[in-house]
Design a protein around this ligand. Structure first.
Ligand SMILES: *[C@@H]1O[C@H](CO)[C@@H](O)[C@H](O)[C@H]1NC(C)=O
Length: 155
């Protein structure tokens, strides 16, 4: 639920009433999770999501503050097979279709960073998001989020 009057309300509304929360995972009606969390030095933070076979999923993340604004990210299927692995990314987006039922795991790590702790934002979309504005694609939706993240950084 968007907080009335907050700048987030605009984006949260556009993204299907999902709330950006600090250290709180909130599954939205579209089957998506958005979260912003702190990643200390040499730390690793993992998240788990139960996904049914054949579901299309998209993971997007961005480092909001800290060091060189980069983070390592890794996504595994229920068998531990690595579907996605990138090092030192500031921002990335990865789409996949679940090949089996089960718990998918994705981790963000700062283990190879000697810099200060980081703040990382991600949006994990499970299943198709019914578009509020069918003419718009996800890129423009993401641009909205990036604008918001810039605002967020100033707070
Ligand atoms: C996966 O889960 C769905 C519903 O949750 C079920 O209908 C389907 O049979 C399951 N598939 C496998 C391969 O277990």
């Amino acid at each position: 639920m968007p907080r009335p009057g907050s700048r987030w309300a605009v984006v949260a509304g556009r993204w299907g009433c999902r709330l950006l929360a600090l250290l709180l995972l909130v599954p939205g009606p579209g089957g998506a999770s958005e979260i912003t969390f702190e990643l200390p030095d040499n730390a690793k933070q993992c998240f788990y999501e139960d996904i049914a076979q054949g579901t299309k999923c998209t993971l997007e993340f961005q480092v909001i503050t800290g060091g060189h604004y980069d983070v390592d990210c890794r996504l595994e299927d229920p068998d531990g097979k690595v579907l996605y692995k990138e090092m030192k990314k500031q921002y990335d987006s990865f789409t996949f279709t679940a090949s089996k039922n089960g718990t998918y795991k994705f981790c963000f790590s700062n283990e190879f960073s000697t810099f200060t702790h980081k703040t990382v934002y991600f949006d994990f979309q499970v299943g198709e998001d019914p578009p509020l504005f069918p003419s718009e694609n996800r890129v423009s939706a993401l641009t909205q989020v990036n604008k918001k993240i810039k605002n967020f950084r100033l707070l």
